[in-house]
Design a binder for this molecule. Structure first.
Ligand code: ADP
Ligand code: MG
Length: 704
């Protein structure tokens, strides 16, 4: 079955909506967590961008009754305009409005006079909504949120969802386009069991989406509202079904790779160090699974710096020995290039051809890489998600390695994997963010795990210190001394999610500040820079050309500069624990004692304090991941995203942990009854799979 027509329109670009152009599309991309490989927001992404709260505008008091400080909606008649004296740009434009009981002044700062005049003609009736204040004894409202006429009254959302926003994108604009998207929802067949729906009193999928974006009551939208729960369950069910289907239907044996181990041994002999015991164990587990005729699906978990790359390289050597190809996919450009660099030296020692493919390889160069890949001449292709695009064809892809796998959804994993002969390459997924045992089973029922539990010898533990931002000067003095001894420093600033501060201001301000003190010994790195610029800065830092690298979290994964031994994280309280742990792992790679300084803004809440103390007291990534989940509690969607949990959009929050087992159980049961997804129920379930983009799973039925 192809993606059904009525669903197809949900996957069109958001730019097909009225009022959405390239500029808005760029903002949407910033605020919505898109599946990797998707470069612009689509209608479905808007529909699944759920609100985090609600503004209640239902209160419609008379002006006499209203209480200052509250949000309210009034029906008033416009009575007088008070233009600011010309020449005084600071004075506001004031419009006095009346109802039968009193008056209120609407206040506009730096607003086009024409706009105010058009919106509020004298003598007309208007509905006004916003926060009411008192100025002396006079009621006023500064920049009302809504001004509508009696004819357009319905466009004023009395319960207005609050969405995560970004600078330049207002809730009003986002709400408007999301409401437009909601209208495009087709009626969908019910894929859930009647009994489940009835007993839980769940709305249909389409109604659930509607209720969340156009709520009728406050409870519609709460974090545990039936609507939200239903969608989370749908998402979990879809992923469980997809995993089970792929396991049971892909009966074809996997690519068995039984090499003599010559290249592998040569690689081990070439290494400038000896493998740790757990590296050996993991490598052997991988080796024997590759040799078997079952397809490998294995997760390699190991803390930052535990040496996962070399384990992957050993597997690559095995595949290369039998003439099969490997692909290594990393989440960012920088990381992909760094991998290629690390690997290429060792690879050339043992005669393996390696090439990089990212969005930056263009024109004839790209063509040539694609051709050599298709002809099997390249043994290892390293890249970003560019690797799973359709134009990339392998001669014999036998091994897919996915670094920092939590950055990719199941969908991407499957797309790359299916490029193997007969659609099933062996997969080795690597992660430095350990997935708590409680989640492993339900997210990755089909995955085996190897753990790297030791650190390579010679690695020192990192001293972590918590310091209030008020003591910034002391820290700067300490850094001056450290730099004198030739140490290098990472200085991380948070991205700011607030809508009124430019996203980059924190990192740019700190860069300016430190540059004043350390002049040209400071570098700047952030996500808005061009990849070429970023690489240049990283390379310069790596060559010790400057001492301090001020950066956003773009350096979070994989970067390796052994001479950097101090990591400062500013506003550490705003980061996820797992993310802090990742950041900290950038230091402690060289000979000298390393420090991680967590600068926090006082006062800290109890939870924030507990989280930071946890960071100070342990370097055990597993413990940190478990604790993070426990401390975060429900509702902290951003935290969930940061902690690197598998990429669910709705079911990401701990509130829904209980649902996972239920989804797994029901997926099992459904497939037991109807393994080929026949009949109306089968059709409905395929629709569900399409909706959550598990197309790979539905494709299994195309040939049948
Ligand atoms: P991660 O698991 O974080 O991806 P890497 O694979 O990047 O870690 O390894 C980090 C560093 O440790 C690299 O410089 C690597 O060469 C080195 N390394 C890996 N294994 C060992 C080992 N057994 N002994 C000493 N150093 C090692
Ligand atoms: Mg790594």
């Amino acid at each position: 079955m192809m993606r059904p027509e009525n669903l197809a329109q949900l996957f069109l670009s958001a730019q097909t909506l009225n009022g959405v152009g390239p500029r808005l599309s760029t903002l949407l991309k910033k605020v919505i967590a898109l599946p990797s490989g998707i470069n612009e927001a689509r209608i479905i992404d808007l529909l699944l961008h759920l609100p985090t709260g609600v503004i209640d505008r239902r209160s419609k008091p008379s002006l006499e009754e209203v209480e200052a400080g509250n949000i309210a909606t009034f029906q008033v008649r416009v009575s007088e305009h008070h233009r600011p004296p010309s020449g005084n740009r600071k004075a506001p434009y004031k419009v006095t409005c009346k109802d039968a009981t009193g008056t209120i002044d609407l206040i506009f700062f730096r607003t086009e006079h024409r706009f105010v005049e058009q919106q509020l003609p004298i003598g007309e009736v208007r509905f006004i909504s916003g926060r009411v204040e008192k100025y002396g004894t006079q009621l006023q409202m500064v920049h009302p949120d809504y001004i509508v006429t009696p004819q357009t009254k319905l466009s004023l959302p009395l319960l207005e969802p609050i969405y995560p926003l970004t600078a330049g994108l207002s809730g009003k604009v986002l709400g408007k386009i999301i409401r437009q998207s909601v209208k495009l929802l087709p009626e969908l067949p019910e894929w859930l069991d009647d009994k489940i729906v009835a007993s839980r009193q769940w709305p249909t999928f389409a109604d659930a989406v509607r209720l969340l974006h156009i709520p009728k009551t406050l409870t519609d939208i709460s974090p545990i509202a039936v609507a939200r729960t239903r969608l989370a369950y749908d998402e979990l069910l879809a992923s469980q079904l997809a995993l089970l289907l792929l396991r049971t239907h892909r009966k074809q044996p996997g690519r068995s790779i039984s090499a003599k181990g010559i290249l592998r041994q040569r690689l081990i002999d070439t290494l400038p160090f000896t493998l740790t015991e757990t590296q050996k164990k993991a490598a052997n587990e991988i080796e024997s699974e590759l040799a078997s005729d079952k397809r490998m699906l294995r997760l390699l978990q190991g803390d930052v710096g535990s040496g996962k790359t070399v384990v992957a390289l050993l597997a690559i050597a095995t595949a290369s020995e039998v003439g099969a190809q490997s692909a290594l996919m990393a989440p960012t450009e920088i990381l992909a290039r760094q991998h290629a660099e690390t690997i290429s030296y060792l690879a050339s020692e043992i005669g393996i051809n390696i090439e990089v493919l990212t969005g930056r390889e263009k024109g004839p160069r790209r063509k040539e890489i694609l051709k050599r890949t298709a002809e099997g001449e390249i043994n290892v292709l390293v890249g970003t998600h560019a690797l799973f695009q359709p134009e990339v064809i392998f001669d014999d892809l036998a091994l897919v390695i996915i670094d920092e796998q939590h950055r990719f959804g199941v969908q991407q994993r499957l797309a790359l994997q299916s490029k193997g002969r007969d659609g099933g390459a062996n997969v080795l997924a690597m992660t430095a963010t350990p997935i708590p045992r409680t989640l492993l089973m339900t997210h990755y029922g089909d995955l085996k795990v190897s753990n790297l539990t030791e650190k390579p010898t010679g690695r020192k533990s990192i001293v972590t210190i918590l310091v209030s931002l008020e003591r910034l000067e002391e820290i700067v003095n300490g850094i001056t001394r450290a730099i004198g001894k030739d140490t290098q420093v990472y200085w991380i600033c948070p991205l700011i999610e607030s809508s009124d501060i430019s996203e980059l201001s924190a990192v740019e301000e700190r860069y300016a500040h430190l540059s004043q003190i350390f002049s040209n010994r400071v570098g700047l790195l952030h996500g808005a820079m061009l990849p070429t610029e970023k690489d240049k800065v990283m390379a310069a830092f790596s060559d010790n050309l400057f001492k301090i690298l001020v950066s956003t979290t773009v350096i979070e994964v994989g970067i390796n500069v052994p001479n950097a031994s101090i990591m400062v994280v500013e506003h550490a309280e705003r980061f996820g624990l797992a993310q802090l742990h990742q950041l900290r792992g950038r230091v402690g790679r060289g000979e000298t004692q390393s420090y991680c300084i967590l600068l926090y803004k006082a006062p800290l809440s109890n939870t924030a304090k507990a989280r930071l103390c946890m960071m100070r007291d342990t370097e055990d990534g597993f413990l940190i991941a478990e604790k993070d989940l426990e401390l975060r509690g429900g509702g902290d969607v951003l935290g969930a995203r940061q902690s690197g949990m598998p990429a669910f959009r709705i079911a990401n929050v701990p509130d829904f942990n209980d649902l996972q087992g239920f989804a797994r159980y029901n997926a099992d049961r459904v497939l037991l009854d109807n393994p080929d997804l026949n009949g109306p129920q089968g059709h409905a379930l395929k629709t569900l799979l399409y909706l959550f983009e598990f197309d790979e799973a539905v494709k299994l039925f195309n040939s049948a």
